[in-house]
Design a binder for this molecule. Structure first.
Ligand SMILES: Cc1cc2nc3c(=O)[nH]c(=O)nc-3n(C[C@H](O)[C@H](O)[C@H](O)COP(=O)(O)O)c2cc1C
Length: 144
């Protein structure tokens, strides 16, 4: 079976006060499941919005996405599609977590935009954005 990847962006529902706990919880569950099912990828959070890219076997990532899409912690889930890939970009990361940082900031600035939403992802800049996320430092959350 061939490797596939999918991605989406969404709007977080919760208040600012619950953000850290919520991301903690998401990553804890994600790392456990993804490790077990050979799923890798990245979760990016900035300004109330999530962007997630998930790689693995097609059936596995689509079933996972079906669950994520109905998760009550976010809404307005915009699915960009699933496609076959030759190799993983996030090999070794069961779910890398990246927040807005100077590197990502510069990525948007160089394109005359401020956010992922205003940029609007398409085939060419999606690949560039993922390259940035591969290179970006992984954010570590303080322990609960
Ligand atoms: C933004 C976001 C990203 C998520 N990413 C993952 C993930 O990569 N892997 C995972 O197993 N769960 C992830 N979850 C959690 C799932 O939505 C869901 O809570 C989890 O799969 C447990 O589902 P269940 O309660 O139906 O068993 C994510 C949730 C959100 C809100």
């Amino acid at each position: 079976m061939k490797l596939h990847a999918l991605c989406y962006c969404s709007v977080r529902k919760g208040s600012h006060e619950t953000l850290l706990d919520e991301i903690h919880d998401i990553l804890e569950v994600a790392k456990k499941f993804n490790n077990k099912h050979n799923v890798t990828g990245v979760l990016y959070y900035s300004g109330g919005r999530f962007f997630q890219y998930i790689e693995g076997l097609e059936r596995v990532i689509e079933d996972l996405f079906d669950r994520i899409a109905v998760d009550p912690r976010h809404h307005y889930v915009h699915y960009f599609g699933t496609r076959a890939i030759q190799k993983r970009r996030f090999n070794g990361w069961s779910m890398k977590y990246v927040q807005r940082n100077s590197r990502v900031e510069l990525f948007f600035k160089n394109r005359g935009e401020k956010t992922l939403m205003s940029l609007g992802l398409n085939d060419s800049n999606l690949s560039d954005f993922l390259d940035e996320l591969v290179l970006a430092e992984q954010d570590t959350l303080p322990k609960k």
